[in-house]
Design a protein. Sequence first.
Length: 197
Amino acid sequence: RLSLHKKDQHQKVTGYKQFGYDGEDWLILNMETNTWIAPQPQAVLTTNKWNNNKADLEYDKNYLNQICPEWLKKYVGYGRSSLMRTVRPSVSLLQKSSSSPISCFATGFYPNRAEMFWRKDGEEIHDGVEKGEIVPNNDGTFQMSVHIDLSSVSPEHWNKYECVFQLSGDKEDVTNRLEKTRILTNECTYLYKCIYL
């Protein structure tokens, strides 16, 4: 097993190398003395042989103290730039029919730490609201939705409602005020030309 750990508070990263057998430590490379140690008596022959191979010991020392830590820092840097990014979503209002709940749908956001909810007159509401789960898209981003049943609310009062999306790491909320003209639907109204095949 190869592993890396921080040696002290100054961010010095070093590695260690050890082998196990049947759940027990078998051979351990002591980085202080640059020698192999045998915790089990059965491994003494191997440690004697490996300790006589000075070239391999120097290679392991260089690899664990120089090469591997450099690679680790390099790839952690690559991962940080990718994993620590934030991508804001595209947010839409959807409704299958005039009697269906209204869905607020956010897609294309990253990371997956997000909240989405409905507000009325600036206050978060829970009655008649159903939250969906955050699910992955095929491009590494995420999507989620939150639904509200406004069947008992007259459309003239819908402008009191808004959908709010909050993304971790982003200080600015994405807010969509509920307006009938902004809702994407499968129903035809006088505002849209319907084509039936």
